[in-house]
Design a protein around this ligand. Structure first.
Ligand code: PLP
Length: 407
């Protein structure tokens, strides 16, 4: 029996103290700290304890502040991220989600119900397009796709609509929406104005200043900034956020504490990273625009770009970190180019430290009818490049070599 007391088993009780499993479950309380840490603690807990049933009842009924459960009832780490996002976007509040798509879905299903109609730009991220075009109609929500640059068509469509949905810088065509004009139209007609500000980030644009009521993000991109999390956020008034919370507590999709902590860390360097992404993207766009193998370059920072003028008015401090271009020679040339690159990787997503290239027609936008896709400006040789944080000179040399290698 060695050291073990006579009569006790390895897991058994000893007089005066709880058993092994009880001690393991209840552990020791964390010692009081009495100092403030530089980094927000990660409150990695799903549930919270109350001293009385009355306390529990009052907090869950939102009669007083407190935390209940990690599925949309709040968490201190998540709340710190939400408060920072609201501050950066200039809104009264924010709610964080476990993906950008959960944010989009919660906004759509909170603002619209069966029988309602949403007016949306057709130039949106592929997953959003699928949600709007195929999922929402299954639940009786109709979606009218209207070109957001045609303001009179938008105005007509807004009559009786439940919401307008656009992207500040559309992924992947990089068209800049005239948020000032669209926000004014929505304010005049009383229609909630929703914008996906993922590609612009709040460093380049704060759409609430143009009257947008719901500003959403895929935090998986520039906000997280390191390609190591999936998350989302919606910034809006306190009442609008309360309405989103009421939906999300039943449908799920709230952000979790570790992701919120990673997002807070990402936000600390957002300004520096976005400045670098913008400067690199501008240099790459200028290289591509002058190259004989490139038939079209889309970057709002180029003076000849269709969105240059709008970008100058809507964006402040840069034109974003994405560049899109069409290569002469279609899919074959796009394949040769992407596979000849040695620094950028082929892969999904954007806004991380690694430069990424993607061929939307065969990947993220494969759901879109090829004719519609080509009409929108995404030819078969269309490539989207998300600048990373590598040395710009290395990237420029690599891109130039890959262009030479594709014929
Ligand atoms: N919005 C934009 C502009 C995106 O690019 C993406 C994803 O690529 C999303 C929303 C969806 O975000 P998530 O992948 O975090 O669900």
């Amino acid at each position: 029996m060695g050291e073990q007391e006579a009569g006790a088993t390895a897991h058994g009780h000893r007089a005066g103290r709880p058993g092994f499993a009880t001690r393991a479950v209840h552990g020791a309380a964390a010692p009081p700290v009495g100092q403030r840490p530089a980094s927000t603690p990660i409150y990695q807990t799903s549930t919270w304890r109350f001293d009385t049933l009355q306390d529990f009842a009052e907090v869950i009924a939102q009669e007083r502040d407190g935390f209940v459960y990690g599925r949309g009832y709040g968490n201190p780490t998540v709340a710190a991220f939400e408060a920072t996002m609201a501050s950066l976007e200039g809104t009264g509040a924010a709610m964080a989600f476990d993906s950008g798509m959960a944010a989009v879905h919660t906004v759509a299903t909170t603002l619209a119900r069966s029988g309602d109609r949403i007016v949306a730009s057709p130039q949106v991220y592929g997953g959003t397009y699928s949600l709007l075009a195929t999922v929402l109609p299954r639940y009786g929500i109709a979606v009218d796709f209207v070109d957001p640059t045609d303001l009179s068509a938008v105005e007509t469509a807004l009559e009786g609509a439940a919401a307008l949905y656009v992207e500040t810088i559309a992924n992947p065509l990089l068209t800049v929406a005239d948020l000032a004009a669209l926000g004014a139209l929505c304010a005049r007609t009383g229609v909630p104005a929703v914008v996906d500000n993922t590609v612009a980030t709040p460093y380049l644009c704060t759409p609430a200043a143009f009257g947008f009521t719901h500003v959403l993000h895929s935090a998986s991109k520039y906000i997280g900034g390191h390609s190591d999390l999936i998350g989302g956020a919606v910034c809006a008034s306190a009442d609008a956020v309360a309405a989103l919370g009421a939906t999300a507590r039943e449908t799920g999709g709230a952000m979790q504490p570790l992701e919120a902590w990673l997002c807070l860390r990402g936000l600390a360097t957002l300004a520096l990273r976005v400045e670098r992404h913008c400067a690199t993207a501008q240099a790459i766009a200028e290289l591509l625009a002058g190259h004989r193998r490139v038939t079209a370059t889309r970057y709002p920072g180029l003076p000849g770009d269709p969105s240059h003028g709008t970008g100058q008015r809507i964006l402040c401090g840069g034109s974003g970190g994405l560049v899109a271009f069409d290569l002469e020679g279609g899919l074959e040339a796009a394949t040769a180019f992407c596979e000849a690159l040695t620094i950028p990787w082929i892969g999904a997503s954007l806004g991380g430290p690694h430069t990424l290239v993607a061929h939307p027609a065969s990947t993220t936008h494969r759901q879109i009818d090829p004719e519609v896709r080509r009409r929108q400006g995404m030819g078969d040789g269309f490539i989207r490049l998300s600048t990373g944080l590598e040395d710009p000179a290395d990237l420029l040399a690599d891109i130039e070599a890959a262009l030479a290698a594709c014929g």
